[in-house]
Write a protein that binds this ligand. Structure first.
Ligand SMILES: C[S@@+](CC[C@H](N)C(=O)[O-])C[C@H]1O[C@@H](n2cnc3c(N)ncnc32)[C@H](O)[C@@H]1O
Length: 235
């Protein structure tokens, strides 16, 4: 189970190279996946979006550009500092707050869409984080999770393992000079549950109409769940 103190210190160490490594290691595909997340959100103009584990703000800024009112939350200060600077440079009024995915600094039913991209894998209590995402979203709203995934099929599986256990740690180590960070990434990705299993976890957390889409031959997966109409009654 990821240790929050270690996770925070690791992201603080790599914050300066995070964007560069993301683009390089994914050959820019990561931005396409974030756009798929946006497309799965319905109309976001004028809507409230809470982006959890926002990191350097790529998801939050994308939703802001499309007219949403966005708050990004993350517990690593150096990642948030970069997000704030990026929003300033882009002239966007995206807001950011320091906070934990397991105890979000947001009121119950305060957003229409709650998003988390490449974040929930790092959270110690996954079910707790899913329940928090559901809590902050309004009835009828969406909870959207974007994560790496193990592609189906023997050949893709083998290529993926090679990439994640050999190539990525090597490049990550060279650029970030942080051995631990880019060994941690494959460990958590390979331990991530299959799409069906994660969909069941979302249902157990209380979400309904849970669906998922494999992206780029299953290298990543987008899960979408709806907040039930009767959610938060008596909260
Ligand atoms: C791989 S980055 C993803 C950043 C961003 N969502 C993106 O798409 O690039 C994971 C982020 O999750 C944050 N994080 C991990 N566990 C967290 C937690 N329990 N609460 C808040 N943030 C957390 C880290 O600080 C880091 O910025």
């Amino acid at each position: 189970m990821p240790d929050p103190v270690q996770v925070e210190s690791m992201f603080a160490r790599i914050a300066g190279v995070y964007d560069l490594l993301n683009r390089t290691l994914s050959l820019g595909i990561d931005q396409r996946w974030r756009k798929r997340m946006l497309a799965a959100s319905g109309e976001v103009r004028g809507r409230d979006v809470l982006d959890v584990c926002c990191g350097t703000g790529d998801v939050a800024l994308l939703y802001s550009r499309h007219g949403a009112r966005v708050v990004g939350v993350d517990f690593t200060a150096p990642m948030l500092e970069r997000a704030v600077k990026k929003a300033g440079r882009a002239g966007l009024d995206t807001r950011f707050a320091r906070g934990d995915a397991m105890q979000l600094p947001a009121a119950t039913a305060s957003c229409d869409v709650a998003t988390i991209a490449f974040g929930i894998r790092n959270v110690a209590d996954r079910m707790g984080a899913l329940r928090e995402l559901l809590r902050v979203a309004r009835p009828g709203g969406r909870v959207i999770v974007l994560e790496f995934s193990m592609p189906p099929g023997a050949i893709m599986g083998r290529l993926y393992r090679f990439y994640f256990t050999r190539l990525l740690p090597f490049i990550g180590r060279m650029v970030s000079k942080d051995k631990e960070a880019y060994e941690y990434l494959p460990r958590t990705v390979l331990a991530w549950p299959a799409p069906e299993q994660f969909a069941n976890e979302m249902r157990t957390a209380g979400l309904e109409q849970v669906e998922w889409t494999l992206l780029t031959r299953g290298i990543a997966c987008l899960h979408v769940g709806r907040v039930p109409a009767g959610a938060h009654k008596g909260a």
